[in-house]
Design a protein around this ligand. Sequence first.
Ligand SMILES: [Zn+2]
Length: 825
Amino acid sequence: MQPITPINYRLHIEPDLANFRFTGKCEFLFDAPKAVAEVALNILDITIRRCRLRQSDNCAECTFKENSENEELVVFLPAPMAGKIKLEIEYQGLINDEMAGFYRSSYTHNGIAKHIAVTQFEESDARRAFPCIDHPARKAAFDIIMDIDKDLTAISNGAIKQEEILGSGKKRVTFEQTPKMSTYLVFFGVGEFEFTQDEKDSRVRVVTLPGMKKFARFGAAFGRDSLAFSESYYAIDYPLPKMDLIAIPDFAFGAMENWGAITFRENLLLHYPQMTSKSGEERICEVIAHEIAHQWFGNLVTPSDWRYLWLNESFATYFGFGVVDHYYPQWETWQKFLLNQTGSSLVRDALHETFAIEIPGGEHVVINASTAPIIYSKGGSILRQIEGYIGDDNFQKGLQHYLKTYEYGCASSHHLWEAFETVSHLPVSAMMKSWIEQPGFPMIRVERQGHRLKLTQQRFTYLPNQSDQKWIVPVTLSLWAESGATRKLNVLLDEVEQTIEIDEDIVAYKVNDRQTGFYRVQYNDPGNIDELGRRVRQKALPPEDRWGLQNDMYALVKSGEATLDEYLEFLTYYDREDAYLPLASIAENLYAAYLVMDADRRQKIASLAAARFESLLAQIGYAPSSGEAHPMSMLRDQLLWDAALYGSEPALNFARSQFTVLMNGDAIHPDIIKSVMQAGALAGDDRVFDWFERRLRDSQIEHERMNILTAIGCFKDEGLIKRTQQYVLDTVPARNKFVPVVALAANPHALALMWDWYVANLDRIEQFHPLLYERVLAAIVPVAGIRRADEVTAFFGDYLKRTDKARDVIKLSLERLEINLRMRI
Ligand SMILES: [Zn+2]
């Protein structure tokens, strides 16, 4: 690392929206404790015009060298010097269309195509917009100035300090200086922005494009709630005078936590009455809470290196759900956390192709389809496990201590668990290290020997492993006595094998009470499995445990330690199940098995599932009813589509009649639009495709566009599947190209057509945004490769010889393919 300390960047940006270019001037002030002769800054895709050294009133020209390989600009000072040094760098760049750096996003208003220009810098794209030391730990204060057309509006991290009219129809907007912060959190943007200020907290504003203000109110209100929760829970005030939540049409990620200027995909911020489903509404709240948590975790206290990125994302994920649960406990959001975060990361992390939450590799860590489930979802789940171990109160105090100690600075993993240890006086460090610094997680096998339980831990992977890894596991147990009484027991499993005493009268035991632990459980005790099954049927176990039991068993089906028939047999205990979490998970597991199995077993799953889902739909009602609980409306949307796909006549009839209403131009309930559109496509013809296409073109509502893009991946007809594939390449905007592809890869009628499409159009598909290209690969390879595994494997063997592109995602997708192939045996 260079022995200099950044102090301040003064950025003067002049965007030219007509020609998609900008000119910039960056005044970089830094401190050199020892004399330096040259300074290296990061740059990418910008052209340097001039570098000068500023000394009071004098300027001295500096020579410089650009090294595109290292993404570096080296500026040579006229002579070695120490102390405070200011460089002035003049440069030019393009306002690109790659959703990274300083980029353009398009929209139409009153039929006219228009553009805004905004920034997206995490992890390493600030260097595309200004020369900088582009590392999270190299914090500085930023002064941002923009010269823009006088009819437009500029936004940055700080509030506007001054606006002055220039000649030539321009104005100069100067923003307040930011707190000391990392380069990846800088934001500036220009466009026809409009503001909706929250009614109760004037700091919170939702920023929209013309015509969208009417969708802003909901997000503003939850932004205010999230801010209030955070300030109170962390006991540190939000340091900026304003918090803008900005809806951006073209956006590769879901949202980005730029300090004071948070950017979102439109459908994750704007709430469209009569169109946003309950599930969409919940997701909006979760994403807003996630980004606002980042204002503390990431912005105030920053990882000292990208390898500690989990310190940002795990907390933001955890509080994304925690804040929603605080304001809307009736939504049962923690159950969705188990399903979508803990459940999906247990699946992701059971591959050989995985890595520790604290990712080795520092500089090159990126958020993608390979890393996100680990650093977001597994990390968030481990925090829930730790909170269970040290208690809510210590968890909160530990976080307050951690944030206060490192505010405006940087932290590493150990700083966090030292804070937990300080407040709890529990041996947290060793436990956290075992979960954060090594890949994978354990399977805990339980065996009863009289009044003892023998617990053994071993790393769990779907494919065999020889690992001798060990974790410090806070194991929780529920025990049932003969009399019907229940007892709880907590033990710390820190050896490979451990025996615990239980009372003689215990007739059943469940390990991982309420599924707070990040591990799987296997009972080598058929009697106990039946006892637990009976308690599932009686609902003597909470929904979390009913979820965990069948879900752990399904993991054993994937690892070859149980058969699909055994799993289906165990599901008979769920014949009276009515809770969202276990049912949604069962539906998901059955569908995953259906996609990979041969025709006979597919038929078995389809007839079993169709019958069960029909009776559930009859019970909760095919049509949404007013005032029903969130989880039920989400379950219906899932079951309706699954049942239709399995060939259920009642489900298809209902969906068809609703789809006719839609095609006639009338509205249906927002909570079933998605499944009705999917089922409409399944049975649809060219006329239906035309209708989707027209509606997509006319819609200004991103939530609706996402539903349509999912639906066009659900056609049964081969000609229409091919039409969708071509439509993705030619027409779907870059940000959303992955949406129909993911739907096609989950469509049993399209699977066989996906691999050839990928290979034939490789040149174009590879040009997708890297994050979205990886999502496409992760969706297609594990299932579309099933009947042509040798061909697929050989293809990527060659592919990885010539490029590193998507390497991690390709490797994990091939492993998933292998697991799917084994399941078919
Ligand atoms: Zn995040």
